[in-house]
Design a protein around this ligand. Structure first.
Ligand code: PAF
Length: 301
């Protein structure tokens, strides 16, 4: 595995591969790699000639009160895991290479970045889209791989790619879960033993909500009440930031679950903020647009 730290060298290497007609699969990460990241790497490897993984903890997507300074890092462990997956290139730029003195250019996807997580993390998605644009310009991927756990991030990046005519295929891969259902995340390492046990309430609540929708309950207010009640049963939940059902494209809350929606949660356990979601597809036969359509509902996570 080649380790590249200088953007110009990464760019020239990427150009060389493109000239030889090789596709580049790219997995951008902030390190502290877990099975979720590795599933993206495996997918990238299976679909491309060359696989590039970046590790860069992006200060622009953290607000001053967030965990940038203590974000988990494990360079030795990460590089061992990536070698084990036979990744071709690890791109690990230094912060000054990405944000030189006087850096003042940003990319922002309006009307999506302010919703859901954006309400609680102002500026977060502007930081994500800015760094992802820079990484795309340097790595020049054919395809880029993101996890569905960060659903809003995926929707925003897909829109950015479309709106800015970036010639890149964005591939969204399934969330990888621990055995009790907790979505894998580098931030899970912040949880103590009790908090870790409590965190399974999130995926349990999502799965039960999907069952509720399957049973024919498609009304937002009913679904929200159900979710809040379930989450509130867990005493270690200190703050519920959102828990509802959203349109999978514009991320607005839906009044009634229609064609395709996303059930999503953001909450804090102790001081650790966790997010998760599951997709729900509802098939409603023409003329059966009420809860009577229970028979024709199906879900897919
Ligand atoms: O999902 C992440 O780890 C980050 O938001 C990303 C896409 C690597 C940008 O910093």
């Amino acid at each position: 595995m080649e380790i590249i730290r200088i953007p110009r060298i990464m760019q020239d290497t990427a150009k060389g591969h493109s000239l030889r007609g090789r596709s580049i699969g790219f997995v951008p990460t902030m390190g502290a790699l877990h099975e979720g990241h590795l599933s993206l790497v495996r997918r990238a490897k299976s679909e491309n000639d060359i696989t590039v993984v970046s590790i860069f903890v992006n200060p622009l997507q953290f607000s001053p009160s967030e965990d940038f300074e203590r974000y988990p890092s494990d360079y030795e462990g990460d590089s061992k895991k990536l070698k084990g997956e036979e990744v071709d290139i690890l791109f690990m730029p230094d912060i000054t290479m990405i944000y030189p003195e006087g850096f003042s250019t940003h990319v922002e996807v309006e009307n999506l970045s302010e919703k859901l997580c954006g309400l609680f993390r102002p500026g977060h998605f502007r930081g994500v889209t800015t760094v992802v644009t820079k990484l795309f310009n340097v790595v020049k991927p054919t395809r880029a791989y993101f996890g569905q756990k960060d659903f809003q991030q995926c929707v925003i990046i897909k829109k950015m790619v479309r709106h800015l005519n970036m010639d890149i295929e964005v591939v969204v891969c399934p969330t990888i879960r621990e055995s009790d259902g907790l979505a894998m995340s580098s931030r899970n390492s912040y949880l103590n033993k009790e908090e870790r046990r409590a965190a399974s309430v999130i995926s349990r609540c999502l799965a039960q909500t999907i069952e509720l929708i399957k049973s024919g309950i498609i009304d937002k207010e009913h679904i929200k009440r159900f979710m809040l009640a379930k989450l509130s049963e867990e005493p270690l939940v200190t703050e519920i930031q959102y828990a509802s059902v959203y349109d999978a494209e514009n991320l607005d809350e839906v009044e009634k679950v229609g064609k395709e929606a996303i059930v999503a949660i953001a909450l804090k356990i102790g001081s650790t903020r966790l997010i998760d979601n599951m997709l729900v597809k509802v098939l409603i036969k023409p003329g059966e647009e009420s809860r009577d359509a229970a028979e024709s509902l199906y879900t897919d996570t």
